[in-house]
Ligand binder design. Sequence first.
Ligand SMILES: Cc1ncc(COP(=O)(O)O)c(C=O)c1O
Length: 456
Amino acid sequence: MKYDVNYIRRQFPALSLKVNGYPAAFLDGPGGTQVPRRVIDAMVNYLLTANANAGGPFLTSQESDRIIGESRLALADFLGADPEEVSFGQNTTTLMFSLALALAREDGVQGAGQGDRHPVPSAGAKDGQRAGQGAGQGTRQGRRNEILVTQLDHEANRGPWEDLQALGFVVKEARIDPETCSVDLKDFEAKLSEKTRVAAFGYAANSVGTVSDVKEMTRLAHQAGALTVVDAVHYALHGPLDVKDLGVDFLLCSAYKFFGPHLGIFYGKKTVYEELPTYRLKVQSAEIPHRIETGTLNHEGIAGAREAVEFIADVGERFGFRGEKSGMEGPGPGEPLSRRQKVVAGMQAMEAYEQPLADYLRAELAAIRGVKIYGPPKGYRRTSTVSFTMEKLPSGKVSAALGEKGIFVWHGHFYASRLIEVLELERYGGLVRVGLSPYNTAEEVERLLQEVRRLS
Ligand SMILES: Cc1ncc(COP(=O)(O)O)c(C=O)c1O
């Protein structure tokens, strides 16, 4: 069936909001999408019927355990993972700090390619001490004391690694090509070595929409014996995830970017995650997937995240491609799809709807005097996120003027502050970012264009 944006829109109660008499146009998806009714209902139902802590021998606690378990299964389908590889947390940033601290511990996990321990005792350590232990003790002397990050990334996948410098790690940074806003793979490869413990990079850039070649970057990192940590927060709204196919060791995303509540989601490859020396309470389970889940989880959020996956599966069932076009193995026309297959089909259908709209938006914006678009050119993989500056107006003024007309867009650095520095965009107050989501319409795009023309 042809993609029906009105069917999608009917499921999102927030879309009926009005601002100064204008219908709200939610073009702020990369900062967080709106939430379908079924997600809201699942959260409310949890609180009404199952609210309890986990692990007890009574009804509501047992219900909580069941709901959390089912959500893990759903998120495993979303990621292409096994359920015991899927953990929940507060948000991606907090989970990333936990992961970075765990990987910095002396009793770290096995390396990806070469079988050495991560990190190893330093060659030059005296009196049983290891180099770089504690803050301010200089560079660790162990073989794997380097972390590679990129200029393209959100601070959530830079800051936690940069903080490890206080423990003696050396952080290197792969350059981007400023013309295409893409990671320079030659530079990335050149900065990997037998010293690299972790290569941390994003799947897609929340600032300008670049989709990186995660599979190739993972291959290169593993070839050097490093572990890979992928930030898939922006990508998760724009395409199917398949952690097994990518081969990544860790991948993180956040449900509020794909129709769910504010919740962080963590994938750890079983063999690596099982050995991850997380900081945790002695009374906490050391088994995966609980190893990184400190304290009581956000149960109602977890209940909602499952429904976000069901929403995507529903889109896939109704509007998804089948057979050849989907690139999926499995049932042909008319045969039932698994939830994983529906999710993949749903993500593909939403992206197939958004991409032509984004192309149109880019072409029309580029034709407006004083507007400059940033990000990968045609022919490169990119999400339906379009960022620009205006010669005459700082980005904050542009988004405020649009906001007055009920058009919601973000401006600034969106925590991808390194890219803004590299592109020297501080003078504009960063970028104006328009993010298309599956519920946005051609009419909303026209309204935005009309206002930008008026401001130019
Ligand atoms: C690409 C990217 N990475 C990480 C994050 C941080 O996610 P969270 O807010 O769940 O910590 C964001 C949030 O905007 C993001 O867009």
